[in-house]
Design a protein around this ligand. Structure first.
Ligand code: ADP
Length: 186
């Protein structure tokens, strides 16, 4: 099973991603987590990505595509995967299609979690206070939301056209939302 999980920042993608991968025995590929590990390790990729991340902007498409092309060819991806935070632009989605074609994979489902924007900003401000993530300040959160609506939300149409898109209400308890997602996947 290969899944893309989409949704605006703060909608609870990470939480739901963990539950889904456990259930299906697939791996969780969060580009945010991968990039934060690169930044933490002070690698070449990390050095290039840091300034974009701290500003709430997208890391350049080419860097993401190279990184994910390598990652998707590793052995642990054979059992299936959930992509969380990627693709995030039309260019990335088109690039991903080429990569998948090359390695003979296809995506089974694109799940989009939906929620109201003010609710999301409030949640993220709260999370920032708890987690200390450097990009969870109100200003950067608003920037990330804007980037989502401008650059990422056009992907909904892209995947709708390919008959892969399933929209799931992202408001409710964690379990309620998980069940809605499982209803789509099962
Ligand atoms: P959130 O979805 O909560 O904003 P993520 O952990 O998914 O946070 O991503 C954090 C940051 O990492 C993004 O703001 C962006 O700078 C960078 N990033 C992650 N995935 C991508 C991607 N696919 N393309 C470009 N930048 C990305």
């Amino acid at each position: 099973m290969r899944i893309i999980l989409m949704g605006p920042p703060g909608v609870g993608k990470g939480t739901q991603a963990n539950r889904i991968v456990d259930k299906f025995g697939i791996i969780h590929l969060s580009t945010g987590d991968i990039l934060r590990a690169e930044v933490g390790g002070n690698t070449d990729v990390g050095k290039k990505a840091k300034k974009f991340m701290d500003a709430g902007q997208l890391v350049p498409d080419e860097l993401l595509l190279n990184m994910m092309e390598n990652r998707l060819q590793q052995k642990d991806c054979k059992k299936g995967y959930l992509l969380d935070g990627f693709p995030r632009t039309i260019t990335q989605a088109e690039g991903l299609e080429l990569i998948l074609k090359k390695i003979n994979h296809s995506i089974n489902y694109v799940i989009s979690l939906t929620a109201d924007e003010t609710e999301l900003v409030n949640r993220l401000v709260l999370r920032g206070k708890e987690s200390g993530r450097s990009d969870d300040t109100e200003e950067v959160i608003k920037e990330r939301q804007q980037v989502y609506w401008e650059l990422t939300s056009p992907l909904l149409e892209f995947y709708r056209e390919r008959n892969l898109l399933f929209e799931v209400n992202g408001l409710g308890t964690i379990s309620e939302i998980t069940n809605r997602i499982l209803n789509v996947l099962e």
